[in-house]
Design a protein around this ligand. Sequence first.
Ligand SMILES: *[C@@H]1O[C@H](CO)[C@@H](O)[C@H](O)[C@H]1NC(C)=O
Ligand SMILES: *[C@@H]1O[C@H](CO)[C@@H](O)[C@H](O)[C@H]1NC(C)=O
Ligand SMILES: *[C@@H]1O[C@H](CO)[C@@H](O)[C@H](O)[C@H]1NC(C)=O
Ligand SMILES: *[C@@H]1O[C@H](CO)[C@@H](O)[C@H](O)[C@H]1NC(C)=O
Ligand SMILES: *[C@@H]1O[C@H](CO)[C@@H](O)[C@H](O)[C@H]1NC(C)=O
Ligand SMILES: *[C@@H]1O[C@H](CO)[C@@H](O)[C@H](O)[C@H]1NC(C)=O
Ligand SMILES: *[C@@H]1O[C@H](CO)[C@@H](O)[C@H](O)[C@H]1NC(C)=O
Ligand SMILES: *[C@@H]1O[C@H](CO)[C@@H](O)[C@H](O)[C@H]1NC(C)=O
Ligand SMILES: *[C@@H]1O[C@H](CO)[C@@H](O)[C@H](O)[C@H]1NC(C)=O
Length: 561
Amino acid sequence: MFISILAIPLLLAALNVNAQQQNITYNVIASPYTSDQSVVVVVDNTVWPLTSTLGIMYQGSAPIAQTEYHYAILESNQQVNTTEEFTRSPVSESTVNEFFNREKNSYRINSLPNVMTPLHSINRIQSDLHIDGQIPTIHIWGNVTAVSFLHENQLEDLDVELNFTYIGLQEVHTFENVKVSLAGRSSRYIPKLSYGLKMKKKSDDNLFGYKNLKLRALGMDPSYVRECVAYSTLKAAGLPASGFSYVRLFINNKPIGLYGLIETFQDPWVASQFAGGDKNYESGYLYQGVTAGDKQTIPVISNLDYYSNLSYYNAGEYKIKAGPSRKNDEDYTRLQSFTKFIQDANAETTVEEWEQQLDTDGFLRSMVLENLLGFSDAYMSLANNFYLYNDPKSSGQLVFFAADLDTTLGISLFEMNMMLSGNYTEHPGFTFQPLTTKFFSYEAFSTPYQELLLNLTNSLVNPTIMNPFINSVIAMITQDVKWDDTLLKVGSFNIPPISDTTIDAAESLKAFPPGLRRNWSEEVPQTFESAVNGPSNSTTMEGVKDFIAKKSQAIIAFYNN
Ligand SMILES: *[C@@H]1O[C@H](CO)[C@@H](O)[C@H](O)[C@H]1NC(C)=O
Ligand SMILES: *[C@@H]1O[C@H](CO)[C@@H](O)[C@H](O)[C@H]1NC(C)=O
Ligand SMILES: *[C@@H]1O[C@H](CO)[C@@H](O)[C@H](O)[C@H]1NC(C)=O
Ligand SMILES: *[C@@H]1O[C@H](CO)[C@@H](O)[C@H](O)[C@H]1NC(C)=O
Ligand SMILES: *[C@@H]1O[C@H](CO)[C@@H](O)[C@H](O)[C@H]1NC(C)=O
Ligand SMILES: *[C@@H]1O[C@H](CO)[C@@H](O)[C@H](O)[C@H]1NC(C)=O
Ligand SMILES: *[C@@H]1O[C@H](CO)[C@@H](O)[C@H](O)[C@H]1NC(C)=O
Ligand SMILES: *[C@@H]1O[C@H](CO)[C@@H](O)[C@H](O)[C@H]1NC(C)=O
Ligand SMILES: *[C@@H]1O[C@H](CO)[C@@H](O)[C@H](O)[C@H]1NC(C)=O
């Protein structure tokens, strides 16, 4: 449509305000390229100025539209720089916090069905942190030197103090003196960086009940959807897990990209997941398996092997994310006794005895999903990215759960044919890691495991159930993925040389199960479209939907024989 943009003062003077016309407030998040550009709302062909607040929000009073309104960015001489290429329908009350160039403020998501009741230990707070169908904005702002310092030391473990503002459709919350760090290990090697946000411990600051958050760059997943699908599936299967939602990230008024917002498993997270947010809850030990620590000298990995020497658990391969104390060897006592139980368990060991040690139902479910969703950097595959929580209410029973779900659903560190197998014993590590090897030697666990594999294949992890969910999420994020692609990345490539000697050393220790891939030059670069819908034209990767289709077919074929 044709829009005439005249000088604003002229327009205001010439304005013939209809007696019935009432003003409302227009609110839009935008990021003009230069400081002399302005953001305006164009209501029925008339331009109204908006003023900037919070660095990236533009607000102003203007009449209710008769036919349409939209936003535009103007040069200092009032020429249009960018105008929204669509029109917005009139609203009769002040707008929600809209986003420049996004036609819809919210989307309908075909959520996954909650096919299993949550584990009995779960008592999750009600929270609006992850709202289906919306993409809020997070703006990190403040000390410019601190931001550069963080970005210029991409591989260092640093944190700086900054402020951040959460802008949802209705709500705006600002937090001061938040610790901002770069998050992840391998995610630091790429230019789109991931961040951690940590609010002051001794304050009431929290975002919908959470104090510690991660902003995942999704930079290694061209589909942008794998973590969303994987976290949503864990939740649908009643397992402890972070929620997942998308946010748009800005730092000091500059757009940074589309991110995944997840929860960091640090207090008070445990209370929010297992104790309904009880402020007086004293969390038990939360152990995390990280395969191996960065500067580890003792050659052990977090595979749940037993060592008589307690200090071996404190060598770096396990971290303690919550608990009464988090650094002494003694803090690993419960983990050690569990690994001793695993080692000693034999034909005489009863299901009840297992149950006292481990929430066996939860572990079954977790192992089913490691297989069905193709987790390639998890407990079975690499003794990595798993948690064991010792809820003080449970008299010692450990609850197993997973996190860090980017190499899943068709991105694999292991041979793809193993990840796609319908034969559960072929999943990398199933017959290799101490806990799965011992646990599934009991028919009382291996039979229900296979039943659940088939059940969840039929009820959840198949194209009929998952594609409508995936399609609805993709419809929501497509414009933001395109936007993300165009944005300047603040970091750089820092890929360390792949050290064959490291891999050889690990392999000679027989630390990892067979099938770990070595040849990364086989990778075919994927587009957003091919990463979601396939074909990948590759033997080492699958599009998300193809993975689900092939995997569910393979499982069904295996049990039909
Ligand atoms: C509506 O807002 C405009 C611009 O802010 C102002 O000039 C005008 O007086 C307002 N009209 C009414 C009816 O309040
Ligand atoms: C909008 O502004 C940016 C920054 O000044 C400039 O690079 C771009 O060419 C402008 N676009 C148009 C259509 O004028
Ligand atoms: C955070 O905001 C406060 C209040 O506006 C300001 O005084 C402070 O300098 C900001 N902090 C940082 C790290 O920029
Ligand atoms: C800004 O950050 C730098 C680097 O972290 C720090 O040295 C400096 O003291 C900070 N400035 C203010 C005003 O807080
Ligand atoms: C346990 O391991 C630590 C670290 O390797 C070592 O210093 C210590 O002597 C060991 N203790 C025993 C009893 O072997
Ligand atoms: C499943 O895989 C295992 C390990 O490769 C193999 O021994 C077994 O025969 C397979 N089962 C079937 C039914 O093919
Ligand atoms: C799987 O489904 C069948 C039939 O609906 C049911 O009998 C069985 O108990 C289920 N098994 C598990 C482990 O959920
Ligand atoms: C790795 O894969 C590439 C591309 O398929 C192939 O040309 C090369 O020979 C492979 N290298 C090894 C060591 O297998
Ligand atoms: C796969 O091959 C088809 C047909 O040649 C092509 O259209 C498509 O772009 C390719 N996909 C990728 C990810 O290279």
